[in-house]
Design a protein around this ligand. Structure first.
Ligand code: AMP
Length: 208
């Protein structure tokens, strides 16, 4: 079972790394941004609701996003684990995800934060906008997305670090290098948990 969250500012490479980790770990990468964009392109009811938020670089309301993720996590392919790319992004979404997982007796295994310098991120996103024609990769909207990330999502780093599931990984460098750092960070969390379990058992033995 691998239940992972990728955190990081727009342009840090979450989508690219989520796809690579998905292949490597054999669990689906679930990108809320991709699902929203597919709905906008398909002009579904959800797409019509969320389009203006995406175009402005603002977050879609939690109620809409949470309902969509709940539905997606109930699909059979997510039963064996998942990599969430771009969710949760607000403390309310963290609470909601905790609830969804608790209902099935599950919890997050790791939260991986991909870090990167803001100037580098803006440069990457402007280049992506030119290459892919994403409507929210224009400089004004990019700046707004970075601002919204700092205000609403950066605080999640602290929330997850207090739960000891967080690892931060440098997102600069070759794609494959960053993937290796992420894979190593997965091991580090497992090691940490094993050490803690041993400590607990040792403590029990002394107490008993
Ligand atoms: P992304 O592809 O992850 O950069 O997401 C693109 C856009 O989709 C964001 O700028 C938001 O408008 C919307 N979005 C994606 N994920 C979320 C989320 N978890 N909460 C709210 N809005 C989201």
């Amino acid at each position: 079972m691998t239940r992972l969250v990728l955190l990081g500012p727009p342009g840090a490479g979450k989508g690219t790394q989520a796809a690579l980790l998905s292949e490597r770990l054999g669990v689906p990468a679930i990108s809320t941004g991709d699902i929203f964009r597919a709905n906008v392109a398909g002009e579904t009811e959800l797409g019509l609701t969320v389009k203006r938020y995406l175009d402005a670089g603002e977050y879609v309301p939690d109620s809409v996003t949470n309902a969509m993720v709940r539905d997606r996590l109930q699909q059979p392919d997510a039963a064996a684990g998942f990599i969430l790319d771009g969710y949760p992004r607000t403390t309310e979404q963290v609470r909601e995800l905790d609830g969804m997982l608790a209902e099935s007796g599950a919890q997050l295994d790791r939260v991986l934060e991909i870090t990167a310098d803001t100037d580098e991120l803006v440069r990457r996103l402007v280049a992506r906008g030119q290459a892919q024609g994403r409507s929210d990769d224009t400089e004004d909207v990019i700046r707004n997305r970075q601002r919204v990330y700092l205000e609403q999502t950066a605080p999640l780093v602290q929330v997850y670090s207090e739960r000891a599931v967080l690892r931060s990984v440098d997102g600069l460098g070759e794609v494959a290098e960053v993937t290796e750092r992420l894979v190593q960070a997965l091991d580090a969390v497992v090691d940490l948990r094993e050490i803690r379990l041993d400590d607990v058992r040792a403590g029990d033995a002394v107490a008993g």
